[in-house]
Design a protein. Structure first.
Length: 269
């Protein structure tokens, strides 16, 4: 979506958003890691996209939220698959043994294992959907928008074909901590979502602090391999931006009746 179209949506100018530093991958590894963390937190769609800014203020119509939620759920369902692919990119060597437990624990948590201790995160989000007036059937049967297909396919691609430390650089957990904390007041006060249906956002405000530290530590451990690796990490972060930007922009386009936002039947999840 163009800056003009976004300005029409929220009345703000986005020309200054996401100004990228010059060749950050040429910085020394410690400075690069700090710049990647800073840039991600300040420029991720979770931080700057008008959709989330309106939601945070409580001025986003709940009908818009109900259109977005099934699309985000579809993407959320592939996270365990993507993290399994990330784990598969981890060579089975003694030098990398410490990362196996980290990645497996993260995967198991997303997938809801062990089941006696936690629920799959897509299940928690389904409960949130019920809290904003969507039935499980409505969410599960919702056709996917074009941006949802692209978000899912690119997320799986990066985790399948890039080294685990490159895909980790694109992870959205660090900015998601801030997003959850910002959205919860509006969800409680404006949208009147019952507390029992807010577990997804309450939990991720805490869980993703730990997950963010994990991905940041992985990036720090491998950023020293050289500018080539650091450039791939930076590009992975930008692709992560694209996943969420594209998904939300497709929702906004569909709400405006854009001709290229036609819905298609969902694939098996």
């Amino acid at each position: 979506m163009s800056p003009v179209a976004l300005k029409a949506y929220v009345g703000s100018d986005l020309h200054e958003v996401c100004r990228m530093p010059q060749d950050p991958w040429n910085l020394p590894a410690p400075e690069f890691c700090e710049e990647l963390r800073r840039y991600k937190l300040e420029n991720h769609p979770f931080k700057v996209h008008p959709f989330f800014l309106e939601w945070e203020k409580g001025t986003l119509p709940i009908e818009h939220l109900r259109v977005w939620a099934p699309q985000f759920y579809a993407w959320l369902c592939v996270i365990p698959r993507a993290y399994a692919l990330r784990f598969a990119q981890l060579p089975w060597t003694d030098e990398l043994a410490k990362y196996r437990g980290m990645l497996l624990e993260h995967l198991a948590e997303e997938a809801g294992y062990p089941p006696e201790k936690q629920q799959p995160h897509p299940e928690l989000f389904l409960k949130f959907c019920e809290g904003i007036g969507l039935s499980r059937k409505q969410v599960l049967s919702a056709p996917w928008l074009p941006g949802t297909y692209l978000a899912i396919d690119d997320f799986l691609y990066v985790n399948h074909y890039e080294p685990f430390y490159v895909s980790a650089a694109g992870s959205s957990e660090p900015p998601n901590v801030d997003l959850c904390e910002r959205l919860l007041p509006a969800l409680r006060k404006t949208y009147k979502v019952p507390e029992a249906n807010l577990e997804y956002y309450v939990a991720h405000g805490e869980l993703d602090k730990e997950h963010g530290e994990l991905v940041n530590s992985i990036v720090a451990d491998f950023a020293g391999e050289g500018p080539g690796t650091r450039r791939k990490m930076w590009e992975s972060m930008l692709r992560g931006f694209g996943v969420h930007q594209g998904l939300v922009d497709s929702v906004v386009a569909s709400l405006r009746g854009h001709p290229h936002a036609a819905k298609t039947e969902p694939r098996a999840r």
